[in-house]
Design a protein around this ligand. Structure first.
Ligand SMILES: [Cu+2]
Length: 123
């Protein structure tokens, strides 16, 4: 009886492991409320966020652009095809801007100064 129980324990541990891994890593799960994106070293972090329609993304510039007389932008669309839904310029550290996404879709954006890109997926 004890031997059977031990075999069952091993069996369930083995099958439960892949499920545990997948539930810890689910990038498609939409975020609610105000979702934060940082601009760090000319990179959007995270570069892709998934939110539910009606929620907002807030970008914060963490780069010390003021000292270098530089800036970042968050412009909707791509450098080849700007969509002019939103355009923000960040000319100092800790500057923020936010946009509320009220319709589903995939919204790429980019910095027209350096070319870094990001994406908001609205579900
Ligand atoms: Cu930039």
């Amino acid at each position: 009886m004890k031997t059977t129980f031990q075999k069952l324990t091993v069996f369930f541990t083995a099958v439960a492991l892949p499920w545990g891994c997948s539930s810890n890593d689910n990038p498609a799960q939409p975020q609610q409320g105000l979702v934060e994106v940082m601009i760090v070293s000319n990179t959007f972090v995270p570069a892709e966020v998934t939110i539910t329609s009606g929620n907002s993304v807030r970008w914060t510039n963490e780069d010390d652009v003021q000292m270098e007389n530089d800036f970042h932008t968050v412009d909707s669309g791509t450098a080849e095809n700007p969509t002019n839904i939103f355009t923000f310029t960040f000319s100092e550290k800790d500057a923020t801007a936010q946009h509320t996404f009220n319709s589903a879709g995939t919204f790429p954006y980019y910095c027209r100064r350096h070319g870094e890109t990001g994406k908001v997926i609205v579900q």
